[in-house]
Write a protein that binds this ligand. Structure first.
Ligand code: AMP
Ligand code: MG
Length: 344
């Protein structure tokens, strides 16, 4: 498959270039584009055939529903019904931005888009290229993260070109994703709103606007008795080829450096993912993520992908904490590690 690749500056958008990709989307083809969360792999959300191409390009299980992207809050009413006042408040407050709402779907939304569910996931992104593309193609666009299913989500143009070139019809490269973590997903179809996926917009941020909400219990622990509510949550995710371990407890630096020495004896290359303030305390391939939660979140997937490029066999990732944005970061890391935590 031939892939049209365009480099677009978010602050000086070349409309004619972007129109090529809007045309592809209108024709029922697939286009990867930047958003403020991660790069998305888009196709016309109302066209079943187009949507099938997303699942095919990603190797995504067909019961894992897609997020529908629109460029204006008013378009929600075309796609969903029974929209509660709380859902409206949240959309008005956080859109455009990294928040996805789950609402009861209207029949115009094909079952393919929602993985057979009666609900639909919707979001207005804030990235200017994404918004312009949505405006130009004038149709809702389904766009999951633009990675092969199970791999870390792409946050840079180089990630999508390396992994998805020739698998999609278009790629719009537009710089590094601002947040680097997928949107917060909140479900409004039940009695109490519930977070199905943590993101940069935290439970606390949402509770300030609509009061008490719940968070799905399977998000930070893996117990076979806790059944995930969102289909996507049951699949392996964000995994680099290297084996990932989260490290926590006492004397972390000493313990990790000892493990690295042991690995070396067995000819295994070790990597460490850590806060910048700790970068000189480890041996092995060290990738620092920054010191604030937003920096750590925005660099996380890039670090996992980079470790694979450096042929690292085993990655040790610091346990950063579980408050606010760290909840989203640890959710991704726990999944990437297959919930392997080394407690010293
Ligand atoms: P991705 O598109 O890769 O960012 O993943 C989208 C996430 O949203 C997955 O975890 C999906 O399971 C979840 N999702 C999408 N639509 C729905 C829905 N109707 N109900 C519950 N979860 C959903
Ligand atoms: Mg994904």
């Amino acid at each position: 498959m031939e892939t049209i690749i365009s480099y677009i500056d978010e602050n000086n958008i070349d409309i004619e270039e972007l129109k090529k990709h809007a045309k592809l989307l209108k024709e029922g083809k697939t286009v990867i584009f930047p958003t403020e969360t991660v790069y998305g792999l888009g196709a016309n959300a109302l066209d079943e055939k187009a949507v099938s191409k997303i699942y095919e390009a990603k190797g995504r299980p067909s019961d894992n529903p897609l997020i529908v992207h629109i460029n204006n809050i008013t378009k929600v009413y075309d796609l969903a019904e029974n929209i509660s006042d709380k859902a409206k408040l949240v959309m008005e407050k956080f859109w455009p931005g990294p928040l996805t709402v789950i609402l009861k779907k209207k029949s115009i939304v094909p079952n393919k888009t929602t993985g057979g569910l009666e609900s639909v996931a919707i979001r207005v992104p804030s990235n200017k290229i994404a918004l312009k593309l949505l405006e130009l193609c004038d149709t809702p666009i389904s766009a999951p993260s633009a990675n092969i299913s199970g791999r870390p989500s792409p946050t840079k143009g180089s990630h999508v070109i390396e992994e998805m070139n020739k698998r999609v019809n278009g790629i719009v490269v537009g710089g590094k994703s601002d947040f680097g973590l997928e949107s917060t997903v909140i479900d409004f179809t039940g009695k109490v709103p519930i977070i199905l996926r943590p993101g940069v917009i935290s439970k606390e941020d949402l509770e300030k606007v609509i009061g008490k909400i719940e968070i799905d219990k399977s998000l930070l622990i893996k117990k076979d008795t806790v059944k995930p509510k969102s289909p996507g949550m049951k699949y392996t995710h964000y995994s680099p080829s290297a084996d990932v371990f989260i490290v926590s407890g006492n004397n972390i630096f000493e313990n990790v450096n000892n493990l690295i020495k042991e690995n070396q004896k067995r000819n295994l290359k070790s990597g460490v993912i850590c806060k910048s303030e700790n970068k000189n305390l480890y041996t092995g391939e060290v990738i620092e993520l920054g010191d604030t939660p937003l920096d750590i979140g925005s660099n996380l997937f890039d670090a996992l992908i980079e470790m694979d490029k450096r042929n690292v066999d085993i990655i040790y990732a610091e346990e950063f904490g579980y408050e606010g944005v760290y909840q989203a970061i640890m959710n991704r890391l726990l999944k990437a590690s297959g919930y392997k935590v080394l407690k010293f």
